[in-house]
Design a protein around this ligand. Structure first.
Ligand SMILES: [Zn+2]
Length: 495
């Protein structure tokens, strides 16, 4: 049966420990994905991009359904979403649904959005959507693997499918899963059975990477249990820097029969609980030690050592402009080292005004907080670009990325890629588009926690997670939580 399906999206991962709020302009300033899009534009703007809405629409249209486009917007992670931005998006969706009656709703959400007024941003959005469409219309939702899932979200949505990979190479596939499970969701009468289990511990963001254990094995287990039981399962790692009741890992499930759903959920949840010591076993290196180790490995390596400056990862809301790792590379006299993406629109603009060969007296040091000491020059302008390129990493493949006016600055053996639009390096083209041949570099340092692996793991001799000063502290126990539900350990316990 052909259905009219409303489609939209609203994505934000909120770091409540970041002061700068995320406003409407941040949703309009598209970096790694298209800008805020309303109505008919949704039908064309996302085609071919590895986003949930794109692959949901593809699969649903193949099944003969008709799309009713609402609104879609995503901003880079950062501080709480302003009431203005939230009300604008929620209003666009609610208005769209009031105008056109639909048979089902699909929403691409993140699951870790906190707004100025609502700790459970997605729960509030879903509450309003449910209010318009009534109790009968199924609401299907894709979520990020880092969602902090609430009981409200699970209760209102009739189906949730979260990414199963970090880096999020199955971002689009989560939307496709919503489309392929739609017939089953409609058959689960009167409403789908559902379950939510929240873990009693937080896991550092870097340890949830699915290239590594225990996350890799946990998602394999999830797939096996889903295939055996016919219950749709999601395992979310949570997003720790969020001082809210529902922060942390969780398992969600939807199916036709409550007992089966509970049983399948418990099996995945037990596997998650058993993995706690394996999460605790991850040990990132302090910056001085990390650079020493990178230099030691690089002496005999034929490929670059990749250093992940996780505590300044803009993908978790950090400013992407701390200087600790660059300073340490200079101090230890690293050669053939390149660092990116350093967010400094003023320096990028100055470099463009000076031209290649010009010099800047200093770099960075404009912000407040940890890791904001300026880097004295001279910084030579080695290359310039307009910052646009088509990325080839499987995550967000084919999306046109826009770094804004971009410059490569060099001092001694260290180059820094300075951009005007804040984002994390997911694609090799972040560096190659401006003429940095990565294979010839001894050290590639990225301001990222895990997404960089989808573009860089295959050229890395070794990946080292390093701890330089930054707001996105790797250890969740270093944050002061006031709103977290009782009994949750702030870091995983060793055996
Ligand atoms: Zn994520």
């Amino acid at each position: 049966m052909a259905l009219r399906i409303a489609v939209g999206g609203f994505l934000h991962e909120t770091n409540t420990f970041v002061d700068r709020p995320t406003g409407w302009d941040d949703f309009v300033t598209a970096g790694p994905w298209p800008t805020a899009t309303v109505g008919e534009g949704i039908l064309t703007a996302f085609r071919g991009i590895n986003l949930a809405i794109a692959q949901f629409m593809n699969a649903a249209e193949r099944a003969g359904h008709r799309m009713v486009p609402l609104a879609w917007a995503g901003a880079m992670p950062g501080g709480k979403v302003t009431d203005d931005a939230f009300e604008r998006m929620a209003g666009l969706m609610v208005d769209g649904l009031r105008r056109t009656p639909v048979d089902a709703v699909f929403l691409e959400l993140h699951g870790a959005m906190v707004t100025a007024s609502f700790d459970d941003g997605e729960g509030e959005l879903l509450r309003r959507v449910r209010h318009v469409v009534g109790p009968e219309v199924p609401i299907l939702v894709s979520l990020d693997l880092h969602a902090n899932v609430s009981a409200q979200m699970v209760e209102i949505a009739d189906f949730i499918s979260s990414y199963r990979t970090y880096p999020h190479v199955d971002w689009g596939a989560s939307g496709e899963r919503c489309a392929t499970w739609l017939d089953r969701v409609l058959a689960w009468k009167p409403r789908p059975a559902r379950a939510l289990r929240q873990a009693p511990f937080l896991v550092p963001v870097t340890t949830g990477c699915t290239y590594l254990e225990p996350a890799k094995g946990l998602y394999e287990t999830l797939g096996r249990i889903e295939a055996e039981t016919g219950v749709h399962l999601s395992l979310n790692m949570g997003f720790p820097p969020a001082d809210i009741h529902d922060v942390g890992p969780s398992v969600t499930a939807y199916g036709g029969d409550q007992a089966r759903v509970d049983q399948a959920t418990d099996r995945v949840f037990e596997a998650l609980l058993a993995a706690e010591p394996a999460f605790a076993a991850h040990r990132p290196l302090p910056v001085e030690e990390a650079v020493q180790e990178a230099l030691r490995i690089a002496r005999s390596a034929t490929r670059p050592v990749v250093l992940a400056d996780t505590q300044d990862n803009p993908g978790a809301g950090a400013p992407s402009n701390t200087t600790g790792l660059v300073a340490e590379l200079l101090r230890q006299k690293a050669q053939r080292a390149v660092v990116g993406v350093f967010h400094d629109p003023a320096a990028a603009g100055q470099a463009h005004a000076l031209g290649v060969g010009g010099t800047l007296a200093s770099l960075g040091g404009h912000g407040e907080g940890p890791g904001q000491e300026p880097l004295p020059g001279p910084w030579r302008v080695a290359a310039l670009s307009d910052g646009t390129f088509r990325g080839t990493s499987p995550m967000l493949r084919a999306a046109v990325a826009n770094l804004g006016p971009t410059a490569l600055l060099a001092q001694d053996g260290v180059e820094v890629l300075v951009a005007s639009i804040r984002q994390q390096p997911i694609h090799k083209e972040t560096f190659t588009h401006i003429g940095v041949p990565l294979e010839s570099r001894a050290i590639v340092a990225v301001k990222s926690s895990a997404h960089f692996r989808s573009g860089f793991q295959d050229i890395a001799e070794r990946v080292i997670i390093c701890l330089a000063p930054g707001v996105n502290r790797e250890d969740p126990a270093s944050f002061t939580f006031r709103n977290l539900r009782p009994g949750v350990r702030l870091r995983p316990r060793t055996a």
